[in-house]
Design a binder for this molecule. Sequence first.
Ligand code: F6R
Length: 261
Amino acid sequence: MEIIIQPTPDAASIIAARIIAQLVRSKPDCVIGLATGSTPIATYNELIRLHREEGLDFSNVTTFNLDEYVGLPPEHPQSYHAFMQEHLFRHINVSSKRIHIPNGMAKDVAGECARYEYAIRAAGGIDLQLLGIGSDGHIGFNEPTSSLASRTRIKTLTERTREDNARFFNGDLGQVPMHCITMGVGTIMECHQVLILAFGAKKAQAIAEAVEGPITAMNPASILQMHAVAKVLMDEPAAGSLRKRDYYRYVWENKPTWQRV
Ligand code: F6R
């Protein structure tokens, strides 16, 4: 894992956007996995700026989102379909035909999950997956004790995750769906490159366990230690519990010029 500690969420997000932009420029028909939640918003804002001001072209890019709530139609303001339109898709020139988000309204949920896995394979796999991390270490909505080999499937959200996400539902826990469809940990591990973002002290423990703890289904993000190309970008508060944080800063500061983003 490459650990990148930055002074602010914006500084880390600019690096994440640059890595994504480099991929889009070098492989215009790349496949990008996207996340929702508060964490990736600044990265999306920077990608929108790069599109508007520097002509970053998404017209041949294919996207796959990590997850969607079961029972929320795409037009529901808190659905991840709506989130992606609002925070990214409507501001860039990605083709709607190349956007993939699990259908939370599918009657045949198992069939929808199998279809999603098939679509990822048919697209040639995911070149780069952007991830946030839950305060309990989840990636996608793979909650603690999720199989580290899991594929896209239905999951029950923990109370903690529902409480964390209640802020998107006017603080009303009763409105937060109980279930979601999420890419599995195994699905995420097959992506060629993973970028994981974490901001704020609330993520410090999950990040310390994921980066420096044992690999365990109790912190699903910890499996990324086994990923060949995983970058973990964070601000100072999220790095607060890392034992080797001085070493990670030292590595970043002394990166060979040719390796810099
Ligand atoms: C979102 C997702 C989740 C979030 C995580 C962090 O698509 O899969 O894993 O990345 O819950 O959420 P925020 O960024 O809101 O703290």
